[in-house]
Write a protein that binds this ligand. Structure first.
Ligand code: RNT
Ligand code: ZN
Length: 415
């Protein structure tokens, strides 16, 4: 008997249908962040440190130096990842052809070659306004800056990003998720917090003023706890955006690295879902802080996937990745992290939730705990391998050699 067959029988004994779980998993899109290929650099004429509290550490050779290389790297990564994928762009990854295009000048035409590429790859695109790595973000305040001119500049940028998102959505025939994250905050004690938050509220309302054609794009707002240089005060805190998203009917973006280390993002799902129609997740792995480590199949990720499945949130959520590691092979980082996200979802889809809920309902709490514990050592890996094979990507550790070969043949030639 094959490993998969025996695994599926063990799951079936608990009332879990492994093939139905694999089928569901294959339908859940994950949006790959383009910025893992080049350490959040982007392709404007002048770019350097991303700033805004974002720090990418490491100098592993082979960083993508052009949009062509970004796409080449994404294609390699996608060839080793099963399931449905999307690609998430930032505004500073436009096809500017070496021309200087400031953020208040970006337009759909700069993303036409991405649409063409996405069509060839049979994938769809998501989008992000880019409020960092720019002189007008150097003061630490963008949309909540007390200088009206600076606010206007960023409002204009983000309005344009919504147009670009709608363009992408119309061309691909499905909704493009447009996310807004700003670095605004300050290093030390801030005595007019209210003012900055009022300004942010006003700027966001201006950005979102125009109703976009139905089904083309949707907006999300992303909160943060703190960043490098914004340790004392972050304007766009969780409470700020929770209120904003509820009152303006926006998607709320929960980034796993943007909360206190002992706070559980998984536990937030069933709470915020009562008040919001749609959520966006940034799967990430913080170590001590929002360090954006490569995602691994760890407890916080498993817990979040379990809650998404248990609370029926998958149909109401967009799943995206947000990590960047420049200290290891960047394509290896992509594949490791994306496969980890999918493993966590499969793990959650293989839970005998009905049986566990029955035990809970009947007060049989020891049995609930014991079954949860036994699920951890079920032959989950055999189902994962079967899924990879069905999706025509290498199972188990068989994909690692493919990354190493790419490192030798392609990455090593980039210097
Ligand atoms: C920053 C946010 C944001 C960025 C990307 C590059 O803390 O997580 O999502 O990481 O937009
Ligand atoms: Zn994020």
């Amino acid at each position: 008997m094959s490993n998969y067959k025996s695994a599926s029988e063990r799951y079936a004994a608990l009332g879990v249908d492994t093939s139905a779980a694999m089928k569901k998993l294959a339908e859940i899109p994950i949006s790959l962040h383009c910025w893992q290929t080049d350490d959040v650099g982007g392709f404007e004429t002048s770019h350097g440190d991303p700033g805004g509290g974002l720090a990418v550490t490491g100098n592993f050779p082979g960083k993508a130096r052009s949009l062509g290389e970004v796409r080449q790297d994404l294609e390699k990564a996608m060839s080793l990842i099963p399931g449905k994928l999307r690609v998430n762009l930032h505004a500073n990854y436009g096809d500017f052809e070496g021309k200087r295009v400031d953020r208040d000048q970006v337009e759909p035409a700069h993303f036409a070659s991405w649409v063409e590429w996405a069509g060839q790859q049979a994938i769809s695109l998501d989008f992000n306004s880019t409020f960092f790595a720019h002189p007008r973000a150097d003061s630490g305040f963008t949309l909540s800056n007390t200088d009206r001119g600076i606010r206007d500049f960023w409002v204009e940028h983000s309005k344009r990003c919504r147009e670009i998102s709608a363009f992408l959505g119309a061309r691909q025939g499905n909704t493009c998720v447009h996310n807004v994250w700003i670095p605004d905050g300050s290093k030390d004690e801030t005595v007019n917090r209210l003012l900055h938050r009022q300004l942010l509220e006003e700027s966001l309302d201006r950005i979102f003023e125009k109703e976009m054609p139905a089904g083309t794009m949707t907006d999300a707002v992303e909160s943060k706890l703190f960043g490098i240089g914004s340790e004392s005060f972050v304007v766009g805190s969780f409470e700020f955006y929770l209120g904003y998203a509820i009152t303006r009917k926006k998607m709320l973006c929960l980034d796993m690295g943007h909360f206190h280390p002992t706070e559980s993002v998984a536990d937030k799902v069933s709470a915020v879902l009562l008040y919001l129609d749609r959520l966006l997740f940034h799967f990430s792995r913080g170590i001590r802080w929002d360090s954006d480590h490569v995602l691994t199949f760890n407890d916080p990720l498993k817990d979040l996937a379990l809650e998404l499945v248990r609370s029926g949130a998958l149909g109401k959520s967009a799943l995206a990745l947000d990590f960047f590691d420049a200290s290891i092979n960047r394509i290896g980082a992509y594949v490791t992290g994306t496969r980890a996200a999918q493993k966590a979802l499969l793990y959650a889809l293989l839970e005998p939730t009905g049986m566990l809920r029955q035990l809970e309902q009947e007060g049989r709490l020891f049995e609930r705990l014991a079954l949860l514990e036994e699920m951890k050592t079920m032959p989950f890996g055999d189902v994962w391998d079967q899924y990879c094979e069905m999706q025509n990507v290498p199972p188990a550790d068989k994909w690692i050699a493919g990354v190493m070969q790419y490192e030798k043949e392609i990455l090593a030639t980039r210097y």
